[in-house]
Each structure stands twice: as structure tokens, then as C-alpha cells.
Design a protein around this ligand. Structure first.
Ligand SMILES: [Zn+2]
Ligand SMILES: [Zn+2]
Length: 173
């Protein structure tokens, strides 16, 4: 979704509120593609600070489906994004490209809501995702999700030094 900024930029101190929506179907990064859910419309407040500076504020709550780090089950993870960005409209387009990370969501006099949301998700992405604190994970031998059932694999992991001793005893018998 693009929001035309010419109205708010027409005079200093002007404040415009817009109802925006997140159209981005998923958050795609080098970690993978994560579907986004609960994309409710939200309010963006645009304030002309004068001197060609624009303040963009808003709050968005989204859910991302992220696999659990241990068992890979999808976990609906809520992300609370607080948008508070100041954009210098005087900066030339070339200048903005050099600073891509900050203002690539403003193209000419348009605000690209999805790009803005993407940059906010990036900084708010959870370091760790677990379906529950005591997730048992999956069996490394057969792949059974140990939260839902058990398997018959021998998962007792011997200390490598113990394994040597066990081997000696086996040879004695
Ligand atoms: Zn899990
Ligand atoms: Zn198993």
C-alpha cells in the first residue's frame, strides 16, 4: 500500500492520520519465509515537522508463524511494532539510496507501508522461538515430535569416554 505524502507536506505543522493496512503476505529473509497473520488495519499519523521533515508514527500488532527452534512446530508469534520514524524529505533520492536501510520506504512523495513494516519486523524479530518453555523437541533418530508422543529409540547419549569403557567391557565378555 502506498500513501501519498503531498497533502501532509503541503504546509508546515500539518498532521494527517491515515488508516493503513499491511499487504505483505509473509516476512521473507535469509532465515526463510514466515507467513504473517492478523493483519488488522492500523492508524498512521504523519506530521509535517517543518523544514521538509516528516514524522511517521503508528502501532501495529501482527502475528508471524515461526517454527519452534526445537520441534519445528509452527508458533503463532505476536509482534508489537512501534513506528516512530523521522524522514528528511530534502535529501535527494540518490542520498536516500546510499542510506537504504533507513528510508527506502519513502519513494518520491509516496510512503510504501509494506516496506516500512518490513524494516520494523526486521528489528523486532525474536531471537528465539519456542512453542513452550519445556518443549521436548524431536527425536534425533526417528524425527518423532516428543511433545506429542514417544518413540522407542535409544536416545541415551553416552559420554564419549564412557563409550570407550563400554567397548572394553564388551570385548571382555
Ligand atoms: Zn517446540
Ligand atoms: Zn525416535
Amino acid at each position: 500500500m502506498l500513501i501519498d505524502l503531498t497533502d501532509v507536506l503541503s504546509c508546515d505543522d500539518k498532521v494527517v492520520t491515515k488508516t493503513a493496512c499491511v499487504e505483505l503476505p509473509s516476512f521473507d529473509s535469509n532465515l526463510g519465509s514466515f507467513p504473517l497473520k492478523e493483519r488488522e488495519p492500523f492508524t498512521l499519523t504523519l506530521t509535517n515537522l517543518g523544514d521538509d521533515k516528516l514524522l511517521i508514527e503508528g502501532r501495529v500488532r501482527l502475528a508471524a508463524l515461526i517454527p519452534c527452534d526445537r520441534c519445528l512446530d509452527e508458533v503463532k508469534t505476536f509482534l508489537e511494532l512501534v513506528i516512530d520514524k523521522e524522514v528528511d524529505m530534502k535529501q535527494s533520492a540518490e542520498g536516500r539510496i546510499e542510506d537504504l536501510d533507513e528510508t527506502d520506504f519513502v519513494i518520491g512523495y509516496n510512503l510504501d507501508v509494506d516496506k516500512l513494516i518490513y524494516s520494523e519486523i526486521l528489528v523486532n524479530w525474536p531471537m528465539k522461538t519456542l512453542c513452550k518453555e519445556d518443549c521436548k523437541g524431536i527425536c534425533r533418530k526417528c524425527g518423532t515430535n516428543l511433545n506429542h508422543g514417544s518413540c522407542d529409540c535409544d536416545t541415551v547419549e553416552l559420554d564419549p569416554r564412557m563409550a570407550v569403557i563400554a567397548e572394553i567391557f564388551k570385548n571382555c565378555n
